[in-house]
Design a binder for this molecule. Sequence first.
Ligand SMILES: Nc1nc2c(ncn2[C@@H]2O[C@H](COP(=O)(O)OP(=O)(O)O[C@H]3O[C@H](CO)[C@@H](O)[C@H](O)[C@@H]3O)[C@@H](O)[C@H]2O)c(=O)[nH]1
Ligand SMILES: O=P(O)(O)OC[C@H]1O[C@](O)(CO)[C@@H](O)[C@@H]1O
Length: 338
Amino acid sequence: MTQTCTVLHLVDDTTAGGVTRVIDQMVAAAPLAACAHQRVLPVTRGRFGALPKDVDIIVSHTAISWRTLPALMALRATHPNVTLIHVEHSYTEGFVVHNVTRTRRFFGLLKIAFSLFDRVIAVSEAQADWMRRHELCSHKSLTTIPSWVDLSPFRDLTPPRGPIRTLGAIGRLDTQKGFDRLIAAFQSLPDPDLRLRIIGKGPQEKHLRQLAGTDPRIVFAGFADTPTDAYADVDAVVMPSRWEAFGLVATEALAAGRPVLCANVDGLRDHDPFGAQLIQGPSARDLVLGLRRMLDTPYSPRPAQNLRHREALSVRLWQDVFLASVADRTGALATAAE
Ligand SMILES: Nc1nc2c(ncn2[C@@H]2O[C@H](COP(=O)(O)OP(=O)(O)O[C@H]3O[C@H](CO)[C@@H](O)[C@H](O)[C@@H]3O)[C@@H](O)[C@H]2O)c(=O)[nH]1
Ligand SMILES: O=P(O)(O)OC[C@H]1O[C@](O)(CO)[C@@H](O)[C@@H]1O
């Protein structure tokens, strides 16, 4: 296939997290490189400045807010003939529960912002369901494409043997990730041989260290040099997130043959068919019961093939979106010329 379109990815968060990893993966994926010439442009939040002119598709991975809305409106107004795609990496049902006081106003913001784009990408089925339920964008413009990264380095890790000894909490140390809840639940488990390894950095670190107190079983390992390093020293992964659009950590852990225990929220539910265990409910007791159940149950991983299919599906869906955008645009130009 020859490259048929030029794609510009706009990103306003270049910290080493999920969004950066997903964009790097899109640019690196051979099937996408074969149909699209992709470039990444870091922009200031809410101020995109002058953008390159020679692009067919702009994919915005930027955060939507009332403050950034004027920049999104300007983007639409100045690019009437460019296909604009928005990938929603942040907002979910769980986000609203924990952060939004005036829900109708917030949904109004999302409806206006999404309507500026030709296509809105939900990064999980659960997030797409939420968008549909609240009619945040037209059904026609919504496509679900699970976030994905190259899982082969995780598959190469030696799977843990024997009972679970070290639990891992991997990700930004931020309220979103719920590691504060995990520390409290972990402290109720009496086994002196258990370990909780917290890997990552972020604004909640000081608070988490205070919660951990002098418990010698809890280790703060800092930010791992590579994502794969984060999994090497843990037997299982716990994701007690308050909200999570998708949760790359769950797929990485499953690829690494580690059992994963996830909160029953948002995109984390999408990992259930691939072998993740869901915590039954939202309470602290539910988390303790989930931990106990994981520690007591022998783990049998699902066939690796399932995750491979999901990766291949994401690549194919992005390919379809790029090719369909070009076809739509060519059709529109032909109609305009008649
Ligand atoms: N090198 C390194 N990488 C780390 C570390 N901790 C976490 N990471 C990597 O950082 C990424 C975190 O991704 P997510 O778990 O998906 O969370 P996020 O940064 O909050 O990402 C957002 O966008 C994602 C993509 O759509 C979503 O999946 C996610 O839910 C969230 O909305 C993973 O690939 C993980 O391996 C570390 O200590 N070191
Ligand atoms: O002011 P409201 O309606 O409670 O919405 C708050 C939410 O809106 C946002 O500012 C997004 O615009 C979030 O960061 C914030 O948590």
